[in-house]
Design a protein around this ligand. Sequence first.
Ligand code: GCB
Length: 603
Amino acid sequence: MLQYSMLYPKQSVSRRTVSMDGMWKFSLDPEGKGTENGWTDGIPQADLIPVPASFQDFYTDKDTREYAGDLWYETDVFVPEEYAGKNVAIRFGCATHRAEVYLNGVHVTSHVGGFLPFMADITNVARYNAVNKVVVKINNELSETNIPCGKTKVLSNGKKMNSPYFDFFNYSGLQRPVKLVAYPKEYVFDLTVDHRINGRDADVSYSVVTTGEHPVEVTVYDEDGREVAVSQGKEGILHIENAHLWQVRNAYLYTFTVRIKDEEEVLDEYSEEIGVRTVEVKGKDILINGSPVYLKGFGKHEDSDIVGRGFHIGVMKRDFECMKWIGANSFRTSHYPYSDEIYQMADREGFLVIDEVPAVGLFESLMNFMEASTGKKTAFFAKDTIPELLENHLHAVEEMITRDKNHACVIAWSLLNEPETTDEAAVPYFEKVFARAHELDVQKRPRTFALIMNSLPDTCKCYHLADVISMNRYYGWYLMGGYEMCDAEAAFRAEMDKWAGKNLDRPFVFTEYGADTYAAEHKLPSVMWSQEYQKEYLEMCHRVFDSYDFIKGEQVWNFADFQTTEGIMRVNGNKKGIFTRQRQPKDAAFYFKERWESLPLDH
Ligand code: GCB
């Protein structure tokens, strides 16, 4: 079990949360001497920088943007007198990729992994009714022992540089909201729910973890605030009559309130909005509330101008509006779990989410999307870095599932993106990761991983572990693009015929397919990179998808153009977006709107 509660900070009769977002002091530490020089007490000559945001795109010099190493943040936080006697903590939405947190010079916590929240307990270190100094030391270097994988090299001028084995910019820093939270000593640590539908009614089994022995009561309220079910005890079943189910793009959220009680006194109260629905894979179908669904949507990124990977509430809103306009019903959180608020919004809007752990780059290559199709092998899973990597990976899976398990929107766990699966050495690693996800999720949601181009029916050693087979395929882009499109289609069909021949009786979802397209480029007849080519490419892919009854979803790569490392394969970023980075439609967006609005829900 995790050391800290993953429940999203909320206000209630017993809980307080105060935003710590704003301008923080900020300093790079290229020599790595901050700790030695006493920066844990306060950082010298600091600049001011917004939190939440990635630090990279504010500055105009390249050394800062490309910086690899330690970076320091500092702010003051006032801890009110009324918090004395409670638990007090600072909750970081994330710190990319590893963090050490100090309060008034005292080390309070460390965390590894850049895309999931953690809490620094400051109860015994805080000064009450006084200002306290928070210092966070972050390190953003990539390695093969932590996810996402990459390496950090040293240039001839002595500066460090990150080399990701993945195709998105290594944005880092305090990229998500930070909150000061206060909650009682005896408190609700965790809540887990699982749903069963019985005719018109629903039975929600729940379990609550608290830090004490006082009795627990769970009450369910409908959207009008009416009490519809109540149960006593840390475990039980909540019976909801005439249940209003959470449906795809037609959400309904009940409020589940957990109270720890001492007679009539409420010691702690925690509420969460939860949709009642079931998810199941049956034969070739993905079933939501027993009905088959076809996924229409995107692989996304948390990525936008200026703030980089920083959570921006306005960008989130625009993204959902674009996805609704185009007729999408789903997205994958490629290639890392997103900020909590995005799942809350997906719950509210009825979107289906494939939730992905940051296990990307488990194939040693700067351009794995290219090199995989050349047959390159890197023996990634045979390396001696694997035991430590696996430990961090399993920990991230635990954090992700613990954080996201109650979201109705989360219908599957993606446990890796494009790992090297052509070597037997991958199998034991995969088995452990898949087993852990199964053990942690009471809803037993389907598990998957995104198959890279060389993970083929006759070369992939791991697909048998996936409940849903997720395919990333680029026939007609990385392979046989342009005028060779007819050969691309033939090769694509030949691969799909082989999968069909395996009779796996399992759903397949395309979690990636796409073509880089310059928003300003038009050409008749088409050429690669033009808007016209993107459409021809997509039409070819859709012809293939529509020919196989086991294909149960299409999530095009990518929702929007996004930043990557610079290089000859990328023109200031990846341009496979259906929308531009500013969230305006390319021509293909209108084509998708037509297709997706006319596809039946179960296709
Ligand atoms: C992939 C990767 C994704 C890349 C994409 C591309 O296979 O999973 O991260 O951005 O291909 O555009 O090459």
